[in-house]
Ligand binder design. Structure first.
Ligand code: ADP
Ligand code: MG
Length: 611
């Protein structure tokens, strides 16, 4: 038999590659405008027709291309931006893969006009489906114009896959915003057909945000608080919305080194800072810009992906969280017991070779109460809290800070706070429901069930983040027959449920066998009502779906597993542990659904009663 393997022609290879990079008109806009930015343009004009289906045109006044470069630009892996693999780790340009133009030219009809300042004549190239039809000299302005016509003219399946005009336009605008918000010093114009829908003169960032998202009635820039933090790991700059202007939907943007990114985990940090300041259905605006050493991030995951991996994610989380809180003056706004925090987190400034000590965080990926290979369990019996305090024998264990290998532990920090503040660690339980102790300013009253809900909620969230929970196997597995219409919703939470310790096995009949449940839940009652309740909550989840769903799952679990509403007697050790764990939670003042966990009867109030 003869050999069967052969190389694909370039046109086919490019078309395959295009499937990755060019998914819709908005992808073309992104690639072309990014190229214009990389070419040092001061003015960029975008024109789209029919939501980009028939035309996407981008004109810039940047450095232009030579005759040879104009032709080379369409070759795959042709780029002027990096030379060797080493450059991959210090990327400062938007592009670097050298595959965008090749991909676009594989699936559209492209005309390029480009001239460098030093050349008298520019170059015209016409290329369609990877075939060059024409290349000649032309008179044209300095800079570059790309016209991309009839996208996917040769890939009918792709064309059919495009959504309605309004959806595609939305994508176009979103890509446009992601770029203009990083380059306020560049002038932009956006034509939808004959209508200029955006004209954004060069300005500063605050004005640029207003140009894009403000309107006559609402000046967005008056609603923004500026943030700025410089540390040796990261510089965080930008603007966040004042809580009183939060809305159902609000623009929320993260950028890193001038590149838009999605980052659900950092989003969480911002949202937590607004916790209690806005309603749970509202969203604050934010425009947050990170600058980090390019060596510490991986932007290379996928050409069209906007997720970015950070080396120091947890420290950044803490810095971001502290930055946002500081701007919100949250330490004053939210009731807090009088720990001497002096309002402002301590952020070290450019200290060489020193690990940043992050403020308390809820999700500490390096902290795992259940133990991993490089982690020694703290002396304290965390689990005894979960099991409903049955373990009467548990001894009060002194914290041994040396037993931690993880550099930072929430528990250590909370311990310090408490030792400073809660005098003597002596607790008194009232009516089997409240824990009372003395603090600097008076008498601290903690609702024990709510405290426990907060602790468990944070733990469940953490387990989902860590993808590792602690499961207890059921002696008698339960069989769960899901309604067909609930299956889809169950699929959405199945993985997270697995992370917190649920163990399911699908049976041939289509029902599920529940073999294990989270360690925190008492195994004596059926968990099916709880699971059904979670599915109901997932059905109504909107917004940032994954985060919302995780929160709902965690809250349902926490409410179920927490100390009973009817009260339960606790001994001093148990109270001590509960209080310590509570203060290890960042948002220890409130339950996840916003109910107060603690209250202080101040000395003045007490004095008044005796007058
Ligand atoms: P990349 O941006 O990853 O380098 P592209 O396929 O987007 O790859 O572009 C290939 C090359 O074409 C770029 O490296 C650049 O040299 C050149 N180029 C593309 N667009 C422009 C432009 N608007 N002005 C000047 N040069 C451009
Ligand atoms: Mg490019």
């Amino acid at each position: 038999m003869s050999d069967v393997i052969h190389l694909l022609p370039d046109s086919v290879a490019n078309q395959i590659a295009a499937g990755e990079v060019i998914q819709r008109p908005a992808s073309v806009l992104k690639e072309l405008v990014e190229n214009a930015i990389d070419a040092g343009a001061g003015f960029i004009q975008v024109v789209v027709k029919d939501a980009g289906r028939t035309l996407i045109q981008v004109t810039d006044d940047g450095k232009g291309m030579s005759e040879t470069d104009a032709r080379m630009a369409f070759e795959r892996h042709a780029t002027s931006k990096i030379k060797d693999a080493q450059d991959l780790f210090s990327i400062r340009t938007m592009g670097f893969r050298g595959e965008a133009l090749a991909s676009i030219a594989a699936v559209a009809q492209v005309e390029l006009r480009s001239r460098r300042e030093e050349d008298e004549l520019g170059t015209f190239v016409e290329i369609a489906g990877s075939r060059v039809f024409k290349q000649e000299s032309v008179q044209c302005a300095k800079g570059t114009t790309f016209m991309v016509k009839n996208l996917f003219f040769n890939v009918p399946a792709r064309r059919r896959f495009l959504k309605s005009d309004s959806v595609e336009k939305n994508h176009l605008f979103n890509e446009f915003y992601r770029i203009v918000l990083v380059h306020p010093d560049v002038e932009f114009s956006f034509f939808d057909g004959d209508e200029e829908v955006y004209h954004l003169p060069a300005s500063n960032l605050k004005v640029r945000i207003d140009q894009v998202f403000g309107n006559v009635k609402r000046k967005l820039n008056q609603q923004l608080l500026s943030i700025e933090t410089e540390t040796n790991l990261v510089n965080v700059k930008g603007f966040i919305g004042r809580p009183e202007f939060a809305q159902k939907t609000a623009p929320q943007y993260f950028f890193v080194n001038g590149r838009y990114m999605r980052h659900p985990y950092f989003h969480k940090a911002v949202m937590l800072a607004y916790n209690q300041l806005i309603q749970s259905t509202e969203n604050p605006s934010y425009f947050i810009y990170f600058e980090v050493d390019p060596q510490t991030i991986d932007i290379n995951i996928h050409p069209t992906k906007t997720e970015i991996k950070f080396e120091n994610e947890q420290a950044l989380w803490s810095i971001l969280s502290a930055t946002v809180k500081e701007a919100l003056g949250k330490f004053n706004v939210v009731p807090s017991i009088d720990f001497d925090r002096e309002g402002v987190p301590d952020i070290p400034l450019h200290r060489e070779s020193e690990i940043i000590s992050p403020p308390k965080t809820i999700f500490n990926p390096s902290y795992n109460p259940f133990g991993t290979s490089n982690y020694k369990r703290p002396q304290m019996e965390w689990e005894s809290l979960y099991t409903g305090f049955e373990n009467e024998k548990s001894k009060p264990e002194k914290f041994d800070e040396n037993s931690y290998e993880a550099p930072e532990s929430q528990v250590i920090q909370s311990k310090m706070n408490i030792e400073e503040e809660v005098t003597g660690g002596i607790y008194f339980q009232l009516k089997n429901r409240y824990i009372i102790t003395s603090v600097k300013s008076g008498m601290l009253i903690i609702d024990q069930r709510r405290a426990h809900i907060r602790i468990l909620f944070d733990q469940f969230m953490q387990e989902m983040q860590l993808k590792k929970g602690f499961s207890q196997q059921l002696l008698f597995p339960e069989t769960w027959q899901l309604m067909p219409e609930d299956l889809l919703f169950f699929e959405q939470i199945k993985t997270d449920l697995h992370y917190v310790g649920f163990d399911f096995e699908k049976e041939e009949s289509g029902s599920y066998k529940i073999k294990g449940i989270p360690a925190q839940i008492k195994g004596t009652e059926s968990v099916i009502p709880l699971l059904s309740q979670m599915i109901e909550k997932v059905k109504t989840a909107t917004g940032d779906a994954v985060a919302v769903i995780q929160e709902r799952v965690a809250l349902s679990l926490a409410v179920t597993a927490a100390l009973p509403a009817g009260g339960q007697s606790l001994n001093n050790d148990e109270m001590t542990r509960l209080v310590e764990q509570l203060f290890a939670c960042q948002a220890h003042n409130h339950t996840p659904d916003g109910k107060p966990v603690m209250s202080i009867l101040t000395q003045e109030e007490i004095q008044k009663r005796f007058q």
